[in-house]
Design a protein around this ligand. Structure first.
Ligand code: HEM
Length: 147
């Protein structure tokens, strides 16, 4: 299936990177929302506003972007038979971990909507660093291909 994308290859790669940007924007915004949200009294008007904002970010940005990044990424994988390349093995592991982080974040926003707030402000701020570090490693693997 090598080069099955033909002339569409560069458009698919461009779209892959564009939706990666949207995904990362959502992954950076949501923990910030959690921190501000947890400063509001449970059941208050402000609490309800943050629940609404988190639902919007989840359904309009985060979930669609992750799905599209995977679909376009797998098309690129087949197009260059990336499974033969060691850099891609590690990249795939990291994007699976990033997808798991995404899943955790979706779960946490649903907990907040039920008034459950298990993590402290400090823990949320530390977790907020995870997507940035992972994105840097993933982009270096995809562009530099060190092995
Ligand atoms: C979700 C699953 C993903 C899969 C299956 C995937 C797969 C791929 C493949 C196979 C390529 C190589 C295309 C080529 O050069 O022909 C690629 C390129 C790229 N990917 Fe992904 N990717 C995924 C997620 C991500 C994520 C989360 C990021 C960033 C955080 C990312 C960043 C990039 C970049 C920057 C390139 C372009 C590299 C270049 O052309 O030099 N990808 N991706």
């Amino acid at each position: 299936m090598m080069n099955f994308l033909g002339n569409a290859y560069f458009w698919v790669k461009a779209a892959h990177i564009i939706f990666v940007i949207f995904l990362m924007a959502g992954l950076f915004m949501m923990p910030r929302y959690f921190i501000y949200h947890q400063e509001t009294p449970i059941g208050s008007e402000e609490d309800r506003k943050w629940i609404h904002r988190e639902r919007k970010l989840r359904t309009i940005i985060l979930n669609p972007s992750l799905i599209i990044v995977w679909i376009l990424g797998l098309m690129l994988m087949v197009n260059i038979e990336a499974w033969t390349m060691p850099w891609f093995h590690l990249k795939l592991l990291l994007v699976l971990l990033l997808s798991a982080y995404h899943g955790w974040m979706i779960g946490y926003s649903k907990k907040l909507a039920r008034g459950i707030r298990p993590l402290s402000d400090r823990q949320l701020r530390m977790l907020n660093e995870v997507p940035g570090i992972m994105a840097a490693a993933i982009v270096i693997l995809a562009v530099v291909r060190p092995f």
